[in-house]
Each structure stands twice: as structure tokens, then as C-alpha cells.
Design a protein around this ligand. Structure first.
Ligand code: ADP
Ligand code: MG
Length: 253
């Protein structure tokens, strides 16, 4: 990605997005563009609105005003997006803190399900893709097992392979390593690092600041539902301009 690549339309465009949960104003005038190939890392305190922000991008949360455009599909306020929402759901992959695998299905069946059901692929094609993706995240030998027979790190890599099987244009991650034992965090971050290197467009909520510094093109610090600062990692981590960013980082670094 280069800064002067202005010919490239953003994959995500959020403009003045506001979101309330009842009386709670959770997202305040969020403006955010993400261009193809860009890796954006979202940081901020617990409860600041990070999950809500990325869940708005694939329509898992409604918002009350503003505009969200994802790969040319317009999400409208109050959840009235219809076809655009379905389109976005098939084009955007998401990996959650809890892996959300189907417990009654084998690893392989977890990965082939959506491509067959949603994309209409033949079983043979879906299996071929799944095997390639499972190899890529280093768990080919686990394909016949059920999720409960796998470690947390392995389950999260299955979740990643499952999302990638839909050939997403954009990947969203909501604290993908927060539920993992420390020794398993590295293997999941490695798989994500590889994906970033291959040029996937990614929006990642994480508390892994070392990882953020390394892979992010841009880091966004959210404070009480507002984007307090958005800058390249060197700026955010070494010379934050906003007092709120400085204060947050002094507590977590
Ligand atoms: P983060 O991911 O940064 O920890 P969230 O986006 O999960 O923050 O939450 C932002 C705020 O919105 C918090 O105050 C949280 O309690 C509130 N919130 C989140 N989801 C809901 C919900 N479904 N109903 C009501 N309040 C919610
Ligand atoms: Mg969250």
C-alpha cells in the first residue's frame, strides 16, 4: 500500500457513524476509511466501543446514523440494508475471541460448510480449498477431528481457515488471541502476520501491542466511542499526539 495510491477506492468507508445502546452513546461520529491491502489495528480500553465498531462494518450491529459502505455495498441506519447486508456478510470474514466453531462438525466440515451452502461450491471443490487452507494455517493433520479435541490455538486457526474459505475481500478480527493460553498466542499471530503479508485487507482489534506495531499500517485509538487518534504505529507508540492515547499506552505498555 502506498499513501499516494488515490486511485484505489476504499473497501470500508465509515462516515459520521453514530451508535447508541439505549442511552449509551457507544460510537461517536466515527470516520474511517480502509483501503485495499491495508492493515488497521484498533486499540483502546475495555468498553470503549472497539467490538461495536467492527461489528458495524459487517452489519452485526445496527447504527443510528451516518454511512457505512463496504466494497460498494451501502449499509443504512437502523438495519434496513437488505441485499447489501447479505452481500457484505459473504464478502467479509470475521474471527472472534471465542472461536465459534460448530462443535458437532469435524474441522474439515466446519471449513467447507459456508462455501458449499452460500457459494454453491461442489463438495470436491470445497474440500480441495479447505485442505489447502488447513495446510496454510498448519493443521492439516487435524481435519478429521472435532473442535473440542483441539487446543485453543488450533481452534482459532480453524476459525481463520473457515473465514478464508469464503475468499473474503476483508477480514475482521475481534481480539482473536484474548481467550488463548499465552503459549498459543504466537501461532495465531503468525497466521495473521502471514495473511497480512499476502496483502489481505484487515481490521484487527487487539491488545497485542508488539504485533500491532509490527503489522499495522495504521493504528486507531478509540476512547469512549471516539477515534481519539489514528496514525502509523511509529507515531502512535513512540510519539502519540493525543493526551488520551499517551495515558492509555502508559497503562498497557
Ligand atoms: P470494547 O469492545 O471496546 O470492549 P464494546 O464495543 O463491546 O467495547 O462496548 C462498548 C460499550 O457498549 C460498553 O459500554 C458496553 O457495555 C456497551 N454494549 C456493548 N454491547 C451492548 C449491548 N448489546 N447492549 C447494551 N450495551 C452494550
Ligand atoms: Mg470488545
Amino acid at each position: 500500500m502506498t499513501d499516494n495510491d488515490t486511485a484505489t477506492a476504499p473497501i470500508v468507508q465509515m462516515e459520521k457513524v453514530n451508535k447508541h445502546f439505549g442511552d449509551l452513546h457507544v460510537l461517536k461520529d466515527i470516520d474511517l476509511n480502509v483501503v485495499p491491502g491495508e492493515v488497521v489495528v484498533v486499540i483502546g480500553a475495555s468498553g470503549s466501543g472497539k467490538s461495536t465498531l467492527i461489528r458495524c462494518i459487517n452489519g452485526l450491529e445496527e447504527f443510528q446514523d451516518g454511512h457505512i459502505m463496504v466494497d460498494g455495498n451501502q449499509l443504512t441506519p437502523h438495519g434496513k440494508s437488505g441485499k447489501a447486508l447479505q452481500k457484505i456478510r459473504t464478502e467479509v470474514g470475521m474471527v472472534f475471541q471465542q472461536f465459534n466453531l460448530f462443535p458437532h462438525l469435524s474441522v474439515l466440515d466446519n471449513v467447507i460448510l459456508a462455501p458449499m451452502k452460500v457459494r454453491g461450491w461442489s463438495r470436491a471443490d470445497a474440500v480441495e480449498t479447505a485442505e489447502r487452507l488447513l495446510a496454510r494455517v498448519g493443521i492439516s493433520d487435524q481435519a478429521a477431528k472435532h473442535p473440542t479435541q483441539l487446543s485453543g490455538g488450533q481452534q482459532q486457526r480453524v476459525a481463520l481457515a473457515r473465514a478464508l474459505a469464503m475468499e473474503p475481500r476483508l477480514m475482521l478480527f475481534d481480539e482473536p488471541t484474548s481467550a488463548l493460553d499465552p503459549e498459543m498466542i504466537g501461532e495465531v499471530l503468525d497466521a495473521m502476520r502471514e495473511l497480512a503479508r499476502e496483502g489481505m485487507t484487515m481490521v484487527i482489534v487487539t491488545h497485542e501491542m508488539g504485533f500491532a506495531r509490527e503489522v499495522a499500517d495504521r493504528v486507531i485509538y478509540i476512547h469512549k466511542g471516539e477515534i481519539a487518534e489514528a496514525a502509523p504505529p511509529e507515531t502512535i507508540f513512540d510519539q502519540p499526539k493525543d493526551e488520551r492515547t499517551r495515558s492509555f499506552l502508559s497503562r498497557v505498555l
